[in-house]
Design a protein around this ligand. Structure first.
Ligand SMILES: *Cc1c(COP(=O)(O)O)cnc(C)c1O
Length: 345
């Protein structure tokens, strides 16, 4: 398979915008910058940010053991996913494959980009039906989205199934690893060298505790990274976001401690939920949330709202009838939730 054949012709032909910071990349010490029409009076953000976010990438590169040249950053993973659509999917011609129940953005972005959606529902254990997916694919199927650990089901997909899909799908396979930092599975980003058609996305929004700054991460081959670089807005990650991300990534032990605490609280939460009379099933979780089946999801959702607790009602998702999704909070928050649920028994 040639990645070049998967890229949209318009993107291949594009001459990218060249920003002032792209054109001069030398040492910034002791230089006088009169190239970008900025206001010269220092206030911390009067200069344009680094369009290649080199300091953030170098920290990520160390933490994740992925070379910097295989990393691209975006304004949240939502921007990264949108850029992937725009690089590979020709509007009103190509299609993508998504595996419901899963993250809603894949189909929203398909609709925005006028790209058709093929859906192959996960099996009863929320695992991908590999043969059915490969059969569903046609020559216009450019992207296959695998969300692992999957939102809202919380489980990881079997490595064997993922590997077969990456090997046999004749387009780009995007593995959304938004929850990988909570998982026991290894990131697929460590195997980019084996699979030229693989894109792995991650985010600082979940385990890293930085949903507010909007920083999404894309790991892929240099070839794919350079395609997406051509179409990304030049200054897509702002200066404040870069500064905050750097500060957070420099204290990575704190994130690891918080993840460990969330995971141990998750186990307690699962036990407590299991003891609630109207909870009939708790699905295995490899993430920082729990999917549970109850007697009447909409009724229980509304009752919790009345008690000031907001969870996610997933009952309308395929295969998730009467399912509620609980994010793991602090010890105190989880106790408030369990107390409220007990009062509803
Ligand atoms: C939360 C989440 C994201 C994160 O998106 P950002 O735009 O980076 O905040 C991505 N994928 C899935 C499946 C998620 O649940």
């Amino acid at each position: 398979m040639s990645i070049q054949d998967l890229i949209r012709p318009t993107v291949k032909a594009l001459k990218p915008y060249s920003s002032a910071r792209d054109e001069y990349q030398g040492n910034s010490d002791a230089m006088v910058f009169l190239d970008a029409n900025e206001n010269p009076f220092e206030n911390g953000v009067n200069r344009y940010p680094d369009p290649q976010q080199r300091t953030v990438k170098s920290l990520l590169s160390k933490i994740k053991s992925i070379p910097q040249k295989n990393i691209l950053l975006g304004n949240g993973s939502d921007e990264v996913l949108d850029l992937i659509y725009r690089a590979f999917c020709e509007p009103n011609q190509d299609n993508i494959i998504t595996l419901p129940p899963t993250y809603g953005m894949y189909s929203v972005l398909a609709n925005i980009n006028a790209v058709a959606i093929k859906r192959v529902q996960l099996d009863e254990n929320f695992q991908p039906k590999v043969d059915a997916i490969l059969e569903e694919a046609d020559s216009n199927s450019k992207l296959l989205f695998l969300c692992s650990p999957n939102n809202p089901t919380a489980n990881s997909f079997k490595a064997k199934s993922i590997e077969r899909l990456v090997r046999e799908f004749k387009g780009i396979v995007v593995i959304d690893e938004a929850y990988i930092d909570f998982s026991n599975e290894e990131s697929w980003a460590s195997r980019l060298n084996e699979f030229p058609n693989l894109i792995v996305t991650q985010t600082l929004s979940k385990a890293y505790g930085m949903a507010g700054i909007r920083l999404g991460i894309c790991y892929a081959s240099e070839e794919i990274i350079s395609v997406i670089n051509r179409i990304k807005p030049p200054y897509n990650v702002n200066e404040l976001t870069q500064q905050k991300a750097i500060a957070q990534l420099e204290q990575n032990e704190l994130t690891q401690q918080q993840v460990a605490s969330i995971l141990s609280e998750r186990d307690i939460l699962v036990e407590e939920l299991d003891a609630i009379s109207f909870v009939s099933k708790i699905y295995p979780t490899d993430a920082n949330f729990v999917l549970a089946k109850v007697d009447d999801a909409t009724k229980r959702y509304n009752e919790l709202i009345e008690k000031g607790i907001v969870i996610r009602n997933r009952t309308t998702q395929p295969g998730c009838e009467n399912c509620l999704r609980f994010t793991v909070g602090t010890k105190e928050e989880n106790e408030v939730l369990i107390k409220a649920l007990k009062a509803l028994e």
